[in-house]
Design a protein around this ligand. Structure first.
Ligand SMILES: C[S@@+](CC[C@H](N)C(=O)[O-])C[C@H]1O[C@@H](n2cnc3c(N)ncnc32)[C@H](O)[C@@H]1O
Length: 297
């Protein structure tokens, strides 16, 4: 059984996982030598909170949907306590490792689906009636996915947001008048598919790297260096080394080169959003009535 660290990363166990760990590292929740030499959560780890929330909402009756299940660490953990779990991911190799992990764990209540959560045919083929959906640093709910959830379903999502100051130094901040990432854009996006927040919790934590080579190896393995809606622009030594050395110089501490990360966890519940709260209440006119009155005047 793999050990889960406070940062949510796990030891690779098989040959396939060791190969995937070298390629995907922390992105796929693997421990690698490129990880920080030290991470400080100051007693409040987002990974632990995510597990706590999953446990809080799970029962032996719960039908679960894992969006972007990766190699299936959370999926297998959840499947031991749920009625069933369906995991979906577009990375075939990660899904293959999830398949191995499911079979090694002896779980018989798991279905794995290869595909994109934005693809209509893939989503249409999913079963109906999930009580709980979650996305651990994976995709959001779409309206097609929302239709696959039960009337009182919950959705738990963890987002990895910026490392403070990093995008600016690397010239990766969107060059727009309002360029900073809107952390609550998630609320607007999910309200649009009929889910409103129960809670939203932010975390700022510190990671320390031994030297600039160590930090460069970590960035190459997939740190978020651009906003999710921009084309990927990964770290490139030739182009970015000078910026990295500048960052390292500004952020040198006795513990190592410091990065301050930001993650956010939301719990959403299904509720039709009343964008006009005074309209459509009992005893008040509906939108149709109002527009008719307007035309009569
Ligand atoms: C940061 S990884 C996290 C994986 C896993 N949830 C974990 O905690 O280890 C994000 C995962 O979401 C998957 N993913 C991203 N967008 C997706 C989409 N539109 N449809 C399906 N999977 C997606 C990626 O392939 C990747 O496996």
């Amino acid at each position: 059984m793999s050990h889960c660290r406070e940062d949510g990363r796990h030891e690779p166990e098989t040959e396939l996982e060791r190969a995937l760990a070298l390629r995907f590292g922390g992105y796929a929740s693997f421990i690698t030598p490129n990880d920080p030499i030290r991470t400080d959560f100051h007693g409040d780890s987002p990974a632990r909170e995510f597990d706590r929330l999953l446990d809080r909402y799970l029962s032996s009756q719960t039908r679960v949907l894992d969006l972007g299940c990766g190699v299936g660490f959370s999926l297998c953990r959840v499947a031991r306590r749920a009625a069933s779990v369906t995991g979906i991911d577009l990375q075939i190799e990660l899904l293959e490792a999830a398949r191995e992990r499911v079979s090694r764990s002896g779980l018989t209540n798991v279905e794995l689906v290869a595909g994109d959560t934005c693809d209509a045919a893939t989503v249409a083929a999913l079963p109906e009636g999930f009580d709980l959906a979650f996305s651990r640093r994976g995709p959001f709910l779409t309206s097609a996915l929302a239709e696959k959830l039960s009337a009182d379903a919950l959705f738990i999502v963890e987002l990895v947001q910026d490392f403070l100051g990093l995008k600016e130094v690397f010239g990766r901040t969107p060059f727009l008048p309002a360029s900073s990432g809107d952390p609550d854009g998630a609320i607007t996006a999910q309200a649009g598919v009929g889910f409103v927040p129960v809670s939203s919790k932010s975390y700022w934590y510190e990671e320390y790297f031994a030297d600039s080579d160590h930090l460069a190896r970590n960035l190459k393995q997939g740190a978020p260096l651009q906003n999710w809606w921009m084309d990927a622009c990964p770290y490139d030594d030739e182009r970015d080394r000078a910026a990295l050395e500048l960052y390292a110089r500004y952020n040198a501490t006795p513990l190592g080169i410091r990065l301050v990360g930001h993650r956010r966890i939301y719990v959403f519940r299904r509720q039709a959003t009343q964008f006009y709260p005074v309209i459509g209440e009992p005893g008040r006119p509906s939108v149709g009535d109002l527009s008719l009155k307007g035309r009569e005047k």
